[in-house]
Design a protein around this ligand. Sequence first.
Ligand code: FPP
Ligand code: MG
Ligand code: MG
Length: 381
Amino acid sequence: DPNAPIQIDPFRTVAKELKFLTKNIRQLLGSGHPTLDTVAKYYTQSEGKYVRPMLVLLMSRATALTPKVGRQSSDHSVDRPISPSAILADKNPSAPDFQSLTAMSNDTAYNQQDSDILPSQRRLAEITELIHTASLLHDDVIDHSQSRRSAPSANIEFGNKMAVLAGDFLLGRASVALARLRDPEVTELLATVIANLVEGEFMQLKNTAKDEKNPAWTEDTVTYYLQKTYLKSASLISKSCRAAAILGQSTPEVIEAAYLYGKNLGLAFQLVDDMLDYTVSGEELGKPAGADLELGLATAPLLFAWKDNSKLGKLVGRKFSKEGDVQQAREIVAQSTGLEQTRALAQEYVDKAIQAISGFPDSDAKDGLIEMCTKVMKRRK
Ligand code: FPP
Ligand code: MG
Ligand code: MG
């Protein structure tokens, strides 16, 4: 059909950059200690969805065409190698990971001439995936996860202690890479993301602002959930989109648009995630389905159902811990419009995300950002 709209595959728009992403992340994670090296790189073996780096790369490319302010370039220090801890380096001076880091700036894929994406923006994409992966390592310990990306989760494969330490190591290496960008504003943004992840996780430990036995549904219930969702999921996406625009020396208006796109897409992304936990099988997800209720978590579909069915308050209050609670909650949600309302809210956020970047000049990258919104709504895993 010659009249069919041309399908933009956001993945293809930045395929070349993504190809080097895993390789570079593994280089950033090189450790002279063989076990730490293995655990730290474990989640880089199974390819993730790369949602965050893809957004950073697309945003970098889409904002490359927007007006610029004259800022000092800070790209000179991006590719300096990260030194291993002294003792281990002496014992293992030929650890290949550290040598190849030096070679990176010579990599043809990192030749700035053939791309409108700056080396600092590529490095930012890697940093976002490092922070995300660190949070998954910690999250799987907290959630007692059994599987992730269709394989045993790191806590199962290596134990809680190593999984936690590996997560910390990833944050350490992400921080070094971040400092190397030599941009204090970007450093502050991504450091705030790390704090936000913890704040979001703490908010999640309690289902509602007040810890009550039989809480009543109020407007605050949804506000609290959305605040938690921003901190847990949308903070990383929104602030890294913002950071991409900052590194590209965009104007304040463009930086704000990039942030709003990321914030709204991030909220939609997590709403859909919470919906899939109810609607998709564990096999398809690559991780156990229906896990949230088992963990005592009341997410959007249940919160919407609760508004029309006060019975859920008691179950929320005791975190679905009594025999039969999970099953009962599941049935009430299934008979409610909670899932539809969750999808509708996600769609509202996606529309706002698209609206935020509507002023950007037309480009494949902009189409890719829009297509990411469609993908978020269509995804099954
Ligand atoms: C996945 O959520 C987890 C997160 C989005 C963030 C978790 C954050 C922490 C554990 C805070 C501390 C960590 C760092 C690195 C600062 P989920 O459990 O709902 O999703 P899942 O089904 O993929 O496990
Ligand atoms: Mg989890
Ligand atoms: Mg969790």
